[in-house]
Write a protein that binds this ligand. Structure first.
Ligand code: GDG
Length: 470
């Protein structure tokens, strides 16, 4: 990968570290993993909310970047993060799966917090010898490009959106649509997971700013300035998941799970407990399957790992209640005396080795979001299955970014059609082995060809080449 010859400044909602029993460590998310080697080489800084009562250290071992915390008050967290980011933008950008809340006070706090992030960027770049490349992440910080541009006029500035970008007629409902687009258009390059999201963005820009011309990936603004709007699908570290798939710890975990589920097929869901992920619809499909096919009862189990998420937000607490009610109802209806329950529900995250063991165990991996920017769980599943010689089936919603990459090798589902989805689950359980194996191999190859290092390389190159004159 060709790297820009400047230090890197990342601006993201969170700092890339977490407190563990062994002290502070780099966080384990995909973005941090992918940037580690790049930051190792270029050095740099990371600006983010510290979200820890005792604050974070200025550096951690094994991560070559200075950490610059932005501290937020309780009210700012409530209004900028839980409010505007997670109850306004998140549902709006996921096609209104729930109704977005429009609140002027939250918007003002979002603006204020974005300014505070930019103040920290200003301090960081003031000390830099060479103007750094500044890379801003996600929907929490959409006003940054414009704010940061004045702080560092000679820096290449990039923005990447990890969620979908909605169709223009939905985006237009946001009272502050102009300010958001204006904020973004100060970047040199703006990245999206798919061409559909990119095109939605370009059409929004063209509707609200007549006089913007789109030439391929380039947008020419009325003042002649050019920026790039690109589709760069995010991915995973394929090698890391390949070795995790067959590690000793994973084998031990798998042996236990195989014993627990001996004689039954396993359908699996792994998601943050978020209303975009289609968990309720999935459970309803399972219920219909059990209802329609009494002969299949006891022959399969459905395991749902639901990682706690945003439980300060009302809609998420309500979702938890309804998911748990649904699980209770299914198990109440279909458990036979003396037998195991049909639905296993874990309200927690599991260690990585256990996660890999579940991926290996699954006969059908159900990735059925109502809307999802990309969805890395699907990519992790096919990579782990393929590395371990598995032949699991991927049931994949057509409404996630990953679906654009896997063509017909996944069994495609429309999760809104819960009955149709229950038939797809049934047929996924009966695909021929050779067919299953070939599908997994082809999907794993797609992921191998476009891993997360390629995503970082493409993004950084795009930002470095990005904007032009006047
Ligand atoms: C956002 C966008 C986009 C899950 N359970 C456990 C666990 N995980 C890890 C998975 C995966 C990650 O969490 C989830 O990533 P996703 O991409 O599936 O979903 P979001 O969290 O919604 O991410 C999404 C992504 O950003 C990147 O741009 O793809 O569309 O919504 O890596 O492995 N990890 C462990 N235990 C668990 O129980 N250790």
């Amino acid at each position: 990968m060709e790297l820009p010859e400047r230090p890197l400044v990342i601006v993201a909602n969170r700092l890339p570290v977490s407190r563990t029993e062994d002290g502070w460590q780099p966080a384990s998310g995909g973005l941090v993993t992918a940037l580690k080697p790049v930051i190792e080489q270029l050095g740099g800084a990371w600006i983010g909310w510290d979200d820890d009562p005792e604050g974070v250290p200025p550096r951690v071992d094994d991560f070559n970047a200075d950490l610059h915390p932005v501290s937020l008050t309780e009210q700012e967290v409530a209004e900028y993060y839980h409010g505007f980011a997670n109850r306004t933008l998140w549902p709006l950008f996921h096609d209104l799966v729930v109704e977005p809340v429009i609140d002027r006070g939250w918007w003002r706090t979002y603006e204020e917090v974005n300014r505070r992030f930019a103040d920290t960027v200003r301090k960081v770049v003031a000390d830099a010898e060479v103007p750094p490349l500044i890379w801003i992440q996600d929907y929490h910080l959409m006003l940054q490009p414009e704010l940061v541009r004045s702080a560092s006029p000679d820096s290449p500035i990039g923005f990447f959106l990890h969620t979908p970008f909605p169709p223009p007629e939905l985006f237009a409902r946001l009272p502050w649509r102009d300010q958001i687009l204006h904020g973004l258009l100060a970047a040199d390059a703006i990245g999206f997971h798919t061409r559909v999201y990119r095109d939605n963005f370009v059409r929004s820009v063209q509707q609200l700013y007549p006089g913007v011309t789109a030439l391929g990936e380039t947008l020419v603004l009325p003042d002649g300035r050019q920026i790039r709007a690109v589709a760069h699908p995010i991915s995973i570290d394929v090698q890391e998941f390949g070795s995790l798939a067959v590690s000793d710890e994973t084998e031990v975990e798998l042996a236990e799970l195989e014993q627990q589920f001996a004689g039954r097929k396993v359908l699996l869901g792994v998601d943050r407990l978020d209303y975009t992920k289609g968990i309720r619809h999935r459970l309803q499909s399972i219920e219909l399957l059990l209802e329609r096919r009494p002969d299949l009862r006891g022959t399969f189990a459905f395991v749902q790992i639901a990682v706690p998420s945003r439980d300060d937000v009302e809609e998420y607490r309500r979702l938890r209640t309804s998911v748990e009610t649904e699980v209770g109802r299914i198990n109440g209806r279909f458990t036979e005396p003396g037998k195991d329950v049909p639905v296993h529900y874990l309200y927690r995250g599991v260690p990585r080795e256990a996660l890999a063991a579940y991926y290996r165990l699954a006969d059908v991996m159900c990735v059925t979001p109502l809307k999802d920017g990309m969805n890395l769980v699907a990519k992790e599943f096919v990579t782990v299955q393929s590395a371990a010689g598995g032949d699991g089936v991927l049931l994949l919603s057509e409404f996630c970014g990953t679906a654009m990459e896997f063509a017909d090798d996944a069994v495609r589902s429309n999760p809104f059609d819960v009955e149709g989805q229950s038939y797809l689950m049934e047929s996924a359980l009966t695909l021929e082995r050779e067919d299953r194996r070939a599908r997994i191999a082809r999907m794993a190859e797609v992921v191998r060809d476009g891993d997360v290092y390629r995503w970082v390389g493409d993004e950084l190159a795009g930002i470095a080449e990005g904007g032009h004159g006047p």
